[in-house]
Design a protein around this ligand. Sequence first.
Ligand code: FAD
Length: 330
Amino acid sequence: MHDGADLDRGLRLDAARTGRDALGWIVPNHALRRAGLAAALARPNVRLIDAAPAVQAQTTDALARLDADRGALPSLRARLLAAADRRFSAVRRQLGIGAEMGDFGRTMIVARVHHRLPHGAIAHECFGHARTLAMLPLPPSPDGSHASSAVLTVDTPEAADLLGLPPAGYAAFIAREFQHQLGPFALAGERHAYPLVATWAHRFAACRAALVGDAAVGMHPVTAHGFNLGLAGVQTLAALLAQARRRGQDIGAGTLLAAYDREHQRASRLIYQGTNAVVGLFTDARPLPRLLRQAVLRGADRLPPLKAAIARHLTGTLDTPCLTPALRIS
Ligand SMILES: Cc1cc2nc3c(=O)[nH]c(=O)nc-3n(C[C@H](O)[C@H](O)[C@H](O)COP(=O)(O)OP(=O)(O)OC[C@H]3O[C@@H](n4cnc5c(N)ncnc54)[C@H](O)[C@@H]3O)c2cc1C
């Protein structure tokens, strides 16, 4: 992690002494989606209904009901509805659950780039004056070109200008931002833009309904934890459902959903608030916050125990209590 693109200074982390080969892996979103779909289709009791967006969710003490667009399907009825329909969840609103929303006024532009020099499997996060650039190493392209994912965060008006640049102009801009440390860049795909809005649902559960994934907590991507947190929530809910089923209890019971709400809020709050604090400190271009973050990065780089703890946290080898396979419902 660097202040600006000065790669000689900043906080350097590696996987040494974590017992792992790497600090982490970059997994493209389409690969996650494909794996998730394959896992769902492999289960005989999962029925996939696509091309029929849900438009209306309603719950009563007895059951949950979901209706598809223009009556494309008969209503779905179940003892429990789990909503995972994005951070701007329509189902959340229909359930009467409000959400705290923080619009950062910034947009993240993600693009695959080719470069002349090898990246050495090192990820860089460069906090500049008004921009943040992450260079994330990717495997070589089929033609052998060195490849990275360039993730640029800028104010939304500047994002519109940058998206309007021709591919070569954008690649040259990114190379300049990275001070040409990997040689010249060429764009190797589309640019994808994501306006940055963090969301926190006021409750993660309602009568016969649970919010999972970004519908519960939509994180700023800087700490790269949103998807992981969504999986943790699914794990918590699944453990509670399995426990209720083993005991012959109602899987949509209020006590079960209250336990999910409590546990997932407990697991998410610190990382959500911590991430927002990191965003505040690391994207503030004023001189004082800049000095502070330079001090944080350089100071932390001189503290091997702290660096080791961060590396262990990133690799999941930190000795922290993990979720119990089955949570007690009180
Ligand atoms: C630029 C960027 C980088 C990120 N990087 C990381 C990272 O490095 N690590 C990490 O852990 N997380 C990362 N995240 C966060 C991660 O992408 C999200 O947390 C994750 O995608 C949330 O999954 P989800 O299924 O809850 O929601 P989504 O991925 O938003 O999926 C919601 C799905 O619901 C569907 N849907 C919506 N409405 C309806 C409806 N009415 N009926 C039927 N279907 C509907 C949508 O079509 C979509 O398929 C990043 C996010 C962004 C924007």
